[in-house]
Design a protein around this ligand. Structure first.
Ligand code: PLP
Length: 403
């Protein structure tokens, strides 16, 4: 049981980079009665959902929806395309790339982990030239896939996936391109078909503004062909039975009906707003938050401005300061949750999520909590980040009148 003092007045500020705040409209949609998942109403909902979700991935190919968190969809991507002992090339961009690498080892896929030396890889994006060079060396085509994280949630770096595709093509290599955009989808530009991605992995609790619990594999014809030969054990994750049942809007097992109501609502919200507008407001929020970090005189975790994430910003603390202690003060004093530094970044930085159902003022409040909490923690700030972000938002309206 949660104690009462965990419910202070007003709304909690959930500004971690996912789960992101769930809009009331989606919560209401999920509160509708659960229906028969083999009945006609469900089939109609399923078909509608499966066609709308393609628009978010920018694909005309099938998108699989799993009742699982993103980690499940990671496993599904590998289990459906690889055989025991197959080699894959992965790129170390941060904590999530590292966890996916660990999973590949456990699944008996042999991952090779490319990356920039030391901590550098955690402050930059995927280096497509390194991938190209490695693939050119692989003249026997032993590497069966290139697996990269699009939006590295642990660092706030959004890698250039089109450049990775170009690198694979320039090497003339047949490897599949498998991309995790668990935290990028519906917040950062993503184009499954145009970028020639074979499997895109994503999840519900970030840009789609849903609670955790559903995840996705967007496929390509080449990935579907590969799945026919892949020998890793799988049953729950197997695409073939799901694709068959999906033809009529159903699943081979009980889908998460009420989360799917929520997904339906989220897709309507995003598509009504228009994806261009959705992406533009994320870029704008990110720029406002970066203006604040700059005014504070602090470093952003991402060192390459061309790959700043529109989803989150990593704020690096001065060396003498424990970022987790700062986060704790901010949480306790201002009821504001920020993302912690993960893995190699633990204690060095915190992460501000600026995705999904935010607006200028929720972000200003978030920056206010950060600013006050850092002052209470004795962090020496150069100036006011709140004022800098307010000025940025005021000077850069997004389609004035609309969010
Ligand atoms: N990959 C990325 C980039 C993520 O941000 C996350 C979760 O935050 C995951 C994978 C794992 O997904 P989940 O926690 O939903 O299993």
């Amino acid at each position: 049981m949660l104690k009462l003092d965990f419910h202070p007045s007003g709304r909690h500020f959930l500004q971690i980079p996912g789960p992101s705040p769930v809009p009331d409209r989606i919560l209401r949609a999920m509160s509708l009665p659960t229906i028969d998942h083999r009945g006609p109403e469900f089939g109609a909902l399923g078909l509608d959902l499966l066609s709308k979700i393609q628009k978010i991935f920018k694909t005309e190919n099938p998108v699989i929806i799993y009742p699982a968190s993103g980690t499940g969809a990671w496993e599904a991507a590998l289990a459906n395309t690889m055989s025991p002992g197959d080699k894959v090339l992965m790129f170390e961009t941060g904590h999530f790339a590292t966890l996916w690498h660990k999973m590949a080892l456990r699944l008996d896929v042999q991952p090779e982990f490319l990356g920039l030396p030391g901590y550098e890889g955690w402050r930059h994006g995927v280096q497509a030239d390194m991938i190209e060079a490695r693939l050119k060396e692989d003249t026997h085509h032993e590497l069966k896939a290139v697996c990269v994280v699009h939006n590295e949630t642990s660092t706030g770096v959004t890698s250039d996936i089109a450049a990775v595709r170009k690198a694979i093509d320039a090497a003339g290599h047949p490897a599949l391109l498998i991309v995790d955009t668990i935290s990028g989808l519906a917040s950062a530009d993503y184009r499954h078909d145009e970028w020639g991605v074979d499997v895109t992995v994503s999840g519900s609790q970030k840009g789609l503004m849903l609670p955790p619990g559903i995840s996705f594999n967007a496929l390509s014809p080449k990935a579907i062909e590969a799945s026919k030969q892949a020998k890793l054990p799988k049953s729950f994750w197997a695409w073939d039975e799901i694709l068959e049942a999906n033809k009529n809007g159903f699943w081979p097992y009980t889908p998460s009906t009420n989360l799917l109501y929520g997904l339906n609502e989220a897709l309507d919200m995003l598509l009504d707003e228009g994806m261009e507008q959705v992406l533009a407001r994320h870029q704008r929020w990110a720029a406002g938050v970066r203006a604040a970090v700059e005014a504070w005189g602090l470093e952003i975790q991402c060192l390459d401005p061309s790959v700043y994430s529109p989803v989150l910003t990593g704020v690096v603390m001065p060396e003498s300061v424990d970022a987790d202690a700062v986060r704790k003060i901010i949480y306790e004093r201002f009821d504001l949750s920020l993302g912690m530094g993960l893995g190699k970044a633990k204690g060095k930085m915190f992460r501000i999520g600026h995705l999904g159902d935010c607006n200028d003022l929720t972000l200003i409040a978030t920056l206010g909590g950060c600013e006050a909490g850092m002052k209470l923690s004795g962090v020496n700030l150069k100036g006011s980040g709140v004022t800098a972000a307010l000025d940025y938002f005021a000077a850069n309206p997004l389609n004035a009148g609309k969010r």
